[in-house]
Design a binder for this molecule. Structure first.
Ligand code: GTP
Ligand code: SPV
Ligand code: MN
Length: 595
């Protein structure tokens, strides 16, 4: 094995030893340690362009922007190929795929053996979290994908700073990734929580391979969070600033492709002149109890891996601004001149001709989508005009409200506040949402997705609920908990609520409720805005439509509560008793109405 000129600026024996072992297994032609420098970005980008992995877009229009197409069989997370490898199956729980760790190491080890022959192994040191934060974790990803290396550079704080933070300790996540031959039959995403290790093989896409994101920050993170007494959540974090300069921080969990990036970057409508939304994070929150008894959150990431389709100047101007430079686009469509990207829902007229996400010619008469529904942009957080000035604060921001939301055509109203912390956790635990293109499989079927963490919880979900409930013990000032639904539909299947920037109207009510300065109406299933509480001025929407968006239909709720029974049952003794008692209590109260 010939080592490249690149040598690590670390004297960490644990790291050196592990890299040596993994290189001996994967047998790359050379090993390149990345330092995160600008020179390195240029060099890797040029190489990726030369190899056809990246296509250079029009550099005048989109400086620093590149385009990538993944293998057509590899366009989303693969939940059926994602495993939690704990010593016992019970530890992984009924909602995770489980593999015995010994078996997993053996099986994947066989595939990794020689997987990098003829390739380069990149050593990618990275931090999840701001440097200097007690919450920050160090990971090292070994990958044979230059695309992954360049994406990690955007998504994390990558390079020498991570090695400096690690020092000589053994406290780092060991991530090993090879695209191998991108064959779904040889594709596995395995997590070894006890070893702080992730092995990913056979994919080159998104959450399967950018190991800091879903694998470390959520699956391993949630496991560490339970051990260490904090929460790793699939949540955006935003700050709401009032015209008077009052700042309120909110964290919100919506399942994949259900609106986190959009909500985190929202621009309030005209009616809310003087209000401002600041983005702290758009996908992941790590939260701990501060010395003041409040819940404090950091965003462990440093960039956005956002859904492209539907992103426009109308829906998300801040995202459009963010992706004007230094962005990698994956599986969008390409304009005919190959200088720009396009997707369904982008501004302007639909181009007559495009090159679709598979590289095939496309015309506006085509019935196929030009961009893959899960096509994405990878963009640096620093590009975001609404970036919070606290993103690098080692303490994070104090959270006043937690929101759970799903994609529901019926039942769940625009907004609902829980009666208390326990009821709020019950709300989160029973969160339902229609599946999206962010994971392979059928789209549009309602499934329970507790706290939007179903695909991301690294241990038994029953224990995870218990962990959430226990947090109350340490929280002197717990955030208020809410549930929202931007996706309710009318009989014709049209969304009844305009969403996007108009969600500010709901957020304002949430902030006022969290600060205890507005009333609410008690429904059987939670607090809702009284008529007139939601500020709807300047919104062109009929009273009937508002009623459709906000109404609580007790008959639908009865069906909802009944349908939760089976979901809870699978956790057996591991389900905290109070959660099912909430379900039964609410159901009994509904039945008591004599409907
Ligand atoms: P992940 O990155 O997969 O975790 O997704 P996300 O939760 O960040 O979702 P994102 O903000 O990217 O939105 C996904 C899709 O939902 C996009 O196509 C949006 O256009 C659409 N969407 C977002 N917010 C709203 C809304 O308020 N109303 C409606 N109708 N659609 C929305
Ligand atoms: C999600 O699916 O929730 C994402 C995209 O944020 S991925 O990084 O692929 O997980
Ligand atoms: Mn996500």
């Amino acid at each position: 094995m010939s080592h490249s000129s690149s040598e690590p600026s670390t004297r960490n024996e644990h790291l050196a030893q592990w890299v040596k072992e993994m290189a001996a297994l994967c047998k790359p032609d050379n090993v390149v340690w990345l330092d995160g420098s600008e020179e390195e970005r240029k060099r890797l980008t040029e190489q990726a362009v030369a190899e056809g992995i990246l296509l250079e877009l029009d550099q005048k229009k989109l400086p620093g922007c590149y385009y990538h197409r993944s293998n057509a069989n590899d366009v989303a997370r693969v939940e059926h190929l994602t495993f939690i490898c704990t010593p016992t199956k019970d530890e992984a729980g009924p909602t995770n795929n489980w593999m015995d760790p010994k078996e997993a190491y053996q099986k994947l080890g066989g595939m990794f053996d020689g997987a990098m022959k003829g390739r380069t192994m990149y050593v990618v040191p990275y931090m999840m979290g701001p440097s200097g934060s007690a919450m920050t974790k160090v990971g090292i990803e070994l990958t044979d994908s230059i695309y992954v290396a360049l994406n990690m550079r955007i998504m994390t704080r990558m390079g020498q700073a991570a090695l400096d933070m690690l020092g000589t300790t053994n406290d780092f996540n060991r991530g090993l990734h090879s695209t191998l031959d991108v064959n779904p039959d040889r594709r596995f995403i395995c997590h070894f929580p006890q070893d702080n290790t992730i092995w990913s093989i056979g994919s080159g896409y998104g959450g399967n391979v950018l190991l800091g994101k879903k694998c470390l920050a959520l699956r391993i993170g949630s496991y560490l969070g339970r051990q260490e007494g904090w929460l790793a959540e699939h949540m955006l974090i935003l700050g709401v600033e009032s015209p008077e300069g009052e700042m309120t921080y909110v964290a919100a969990a919506f399942p994949s492709a259900c609106g986190k990036t959009n909500f985190a970057m929202m621009i309030p409508p005209k009616r809310f002149a003087g209000w401002k939304i600041w983005t702290v994070g758009d996908d992941i929150a790590w939260m701990r109890v501060g010395a003041d008894g409040r819940l404090w959150a950091i965003n462990p990431e440093n960039g956005y891996f956002g859904v492209a389709p539907g992103t426009s100047m109308k829906s998300n101007p801040n995202a459009m601004q963010t992706i004007l430079k230094d962005t990698i686009f994956t599986n969008t469509a390409l304009t005919a001149d190959k200088g720009d990207v396009w997707w369904e829902g982008k501004d302007g007229p639909v181009p007559a001709e495009l090159i679709d996400w598979k590289g095939q010619p496309w015309t506006s008469k085509s019935t196929e989508k030009a961009a893959h529904p899960n096509s994405r942009f990878t963009a640096p957080a620093r590009n975001n005009p609404a970036l919070s000035r606290y993103v690098d604060d080692p303490n994070g921001v104090p959270i006043s409200a937690i929101i759970f939301g799903g994609r529901r055509a019926t039942t769940v109203p625009l907004v609902l506040q829980s009666f208390n912390w326990g009821h709020g956790i019950y709300m989160g635990a029973t969160l339902g949402s229609e599946t999206t293109a962010a994971a392979t499989g059928k789209v549009g079927v309602v499934r329970r997705d507790p706290m939007a963490m179903l695909p991301f919880c690294g241990y038994n979900m029953g224990d995870y609920f218990q962990h959430w409930l226990r947090m109350q013990h340490k929280l002197e000032l717990p955030p208020k908990i809410f549930m929202v639904n931007w996706f309710r539909q009318d009989e014709a299947g049209k969304f009844v609520w305009p969403g996007f920037g108009e969600n500010m109207r709901v957020l304002k009510w949430i902030v006022d409720r969290a600060r205890g300065r507005t009333g609410a109406l008690e429904s059987v299933v939670g607090w809702v805005p009284r008529s007139g509480d939601l500020d709807l001025s300047g919104l062109d929407i009929s009273t009937e439509q508002v009623e459709k968006a906000t109404g609580v239909d007790y008959r639908q709720w009865k069906t909802e509560l009944e349908s939760q029974k089976e979901f809870f049952a699978q956790f057996g003794e591991r389900l905290p008793k109070s959660l099912n008692l909430w379900r039964e209590l609410l159901l009994a109260r509904l039945n008591g109405l004599g409907l």
